[in-house]
Design a protein around this ligand. Structure first.
Ligand SMILES: CC(C)(COP(=O)(O)OP(=O)(O)OC[C@H]1O[C@@H](n2cnc3c(N)ncnc32)[C@H](O)[C@@H]1OP(=O)(O)O)[C@@H](O)C(=O)NCCC(=O)NCCS
Length: 158
């Protein structure tokens, strides 16, 4: 599938289902994260939700890392983007979260994550290991055009 354009129809999109990952998905998850050049650490399948087509192809993924309650590893295969698949994955991941959830993203993505209730915060107030990871990224990309943000979705008042 990598690199191949998918002539998708509205039926293809409507047939996408969001499911929990299983141990059999571990290699697929690692490959998708590697191809998208996202953080390759803490990718255990048990933390992931996946988007799957009717024919069983995994086209999207995302997780909440238990340490630091960090929403991350959000990825959708290029041919399937801009169809709301990442939104479906994020909503499914957040559905059972009542406590604070954090994330780190590139600055230009803050508007997107704002749609799900995330607001930007001071990075040094983020829990470990997110604060350390952010400091490392900030330092590493200091002289480049890349800028990063840390965000939090407040705990829900039940
Ligand atoms: C970011 C990503 C997961 C979005 O997946 P998706 O299924 O296309 O997302 P949705 O359809 O729910 O939402 C699409 C919206 O996301 C926002 N968005 C996506 N990429 C963006 C970018 N690089 N900059 C700013 N906004 C962006 C836009 O608002 C976009 O709306 P549009 O399609 O009308 O322009 C996908 O582009 C991807 O896999 N990118 C590579 C990995 C990555 O960067 N992950 C995020 C790490 S923080």
């Amino acid at each position: 599938m990598r690199g191949r354009k998918h002539n998708m129809t509205q039926n293809d999109i409507a047939s996408i289902r969001i499911r929990r990952a299983t141990a059999d998905d571990q290699d697929t998850i690692r490959r998708m994260i590697k191809d998208a050049e996202l953080d390759p650490t803490a990718l255990h399948w048990s933390q992931f939700m996946l988007a799957e087509t009717a024919s069983g192809e995994v086209v999207g993924a995302g997780q909440i890392r238990p340490q630091g309650r960090e929403l991350g590893s959000i990825v959708v295969l290029p041919a399937w983007r801009s169809q709301g698949i990442a939104s479906q994955i994020i909503k499914a991941l957040l559905a059972n979260e009542t406590d604070v959830v954090y994330l780190e993203c590139e600055k230009h993505m803050t508007g997107y994550y704002g749609r799900f209730g995330f607001v930007e915060m001071m990075w040094w107030r983020a829990p470990f290991p997110l604060n350390v990871k952010h400091f490392y990224l900030k330092t590493r990309y200091w002289l480049t055009r890349y800028r990063f943000a840390v965000m939090r979705r407040p705990a829900l008042s039940l």
